[in-house]
Ligand binder design. Structure first.
Ligand code: NAP
Ligand code: F7E
Length: 329
């Protein structure tokens, strides 16, 4: 039996899928919580679920929902996790303005439920909370550090700020091993299709093959600190291997605009983006964070983490993956 047992909420998401691969590679038993869905295909972890050497040997899936406390508690009791990675929840900032109540329940209250369950466990466990740069919102300083004050600008950011503060309170009040990973945007070919980077990469590939004629976006001037998701799950794991729990900013420190992402993606398929990209204010948000750029000095010095590759490489990887997927289909 593996010595380390991880429980991942949000295992079917972008980060959950990469983290699962990382932990399986390190010899963990990995348990994931999945929701009941009308379509059983869980595309990001399907390759693992179909592998008889992995599924039901080192990888186990449990039905559950963040709102269903009794089931979550039962899963903890049955598997006795040594590490919990809490990644699940509605993660789209724009949509959090349209469905604030469920977003706040999933991004905020669910962390409280899980921390309470973790507090009741008799076996020692380490807890990772997926915090975000969105807690800084209209930050008063740039770049932001672990000490920057929280000034969120969306329901999502507010809920994550609540859960981040709560995680600190549980660490300080009960001596629990709880870490906040304050992660800036991280992307990959597995990114959800309605996040801007994947939307752009997909459109560039499809337009280059004559499958689409245009790409409709919102604010092209928005800037983000974009890294690679594969690197960021390593940061999550490193936090739980350290001898003391803490909070860490995880970022590249470099910012680029949506326009720059578009330009790089379309250049990769030899297209002039200006001929294809349209703007529709329907994609604008009621408020946008200003100047989000992370200072990852602490995690670099304390845990030896650093991002691999740069902006150009990320864009290339994402567009390349879309082109390859089209050629296979
Ligand atoms: P994602 O791709 O949107 O995945 C979200 C996961 O949560 C999916 O597995 C989803 O399941 C699950 N989920 C949603 N609501 C649930 C519920 N009520 N009960 C159980 N599971 C539920 O997100 P991600 O990009 O991997 O991000 C992981 C976490 O990090 C999220 O909490 C996100 O807010 C946070 N974060 C992300 C970034 C980023 O740039 N990616 C940056 C900072 C923080 P289904 O597959 O069934 O939908
Ligand atoms: O938007 C602009 C949009 O939705 C990035 C989540 O993982 O990272 C992510 O949140 C920017 C914004 O990511 C479109 O207005 C323009 O300024 O890809 P996004 P996000 O909002 O930064 C943080 C750190 C998280 O924690 C979240 O979970 O791009 N933008 N046009 C657009 N955005 C979208 N989605 N679609 C557009 O058409």
């Amino acid at each position: 039996m593996p010595e380390k047992t991880a429980l991942i909420t949000g295992i079917t998401g972008q980060d959950g899928s990469y983290l699962t691969e990382l932990l399986l590679g390190k010899g963990y038993a990995v348990h994931g919580i999945v929701r009941r869905t009308s379509n059983l295909l869980r595309s990001r972890i399907e390759h693992l679920r179909r592998d008889p050497a992995i599924y039901d040997k080192n990888l186990f899936l449990h039905y559950g929902d963040l709102s269903d406390t009794t089931t979550l508690r039962r899963i903890f009791r049955e598997i006795k996790p040594t590490e919990v990675y809490h990644l699940a929840g509605q993660s789209h900032v724009g949509l959090s303005f349209e469905m604030p109540e469920s977003t706040c329940d999933e991004a905020g209250m669910a962390a409280l439920r899980l921390l309470e369950i973790a507090r009741d466990q008799t076996n020692p466990l380490k807890f990772y909370h997926a915090s975000t740069s969105e807690i800084f919102g209209n930050a008063l300083e740039s770049p932001q550090t672990e000490e920057t004050s929280m000034r969120p600008t969306s329901p999502y950011g507010c809920a994550k700020a609540f859960a981040t503060m709560l995680s600190r309170v549980y660490r300080q009040s009960y001596g629990m091993f709880v870490c906040n990973g304050i992660l800036y945007n991280h992307e990959s070919p597995r990114r959800g299709e309605n996040f801007v980077t994947r939307k752009i990469a997909r459109a560039a590939a499809r337009i280059s093959q004559g499958l689409d004629v245009d790409l409709v976006l919102g604010n092209l001037d928005s800037k983000r600190d974009w890294g690679r998701a594969q690197d960021y799950v390593v940061a999550m794991w490193l936090m739980l291997q350290h001898d003391k729990p803490d909070d860490y900013v995880v970022a590249t420190g470099e910012t680029h605009s949506v326009r720059e992402f578009v330009d790089a993606a379309f250049s990769f398929v030899d297209l002039d983006w200006k001929k294809y990209v349209k703007q529709d204010p329907a994609f604008d948000r009621p408020a946008e964070p200003a100047r989000l750029a992370g200072d990852a000095d602490k995690i670099r010095k304390t845990l030896g983490w650093k991002p691999s590759g740069g902006f150009e490489q990320l864009v290339r990887e994402m567009v390349q993956a879309e082109v390859e997927a089209l050629s296979k289909s």
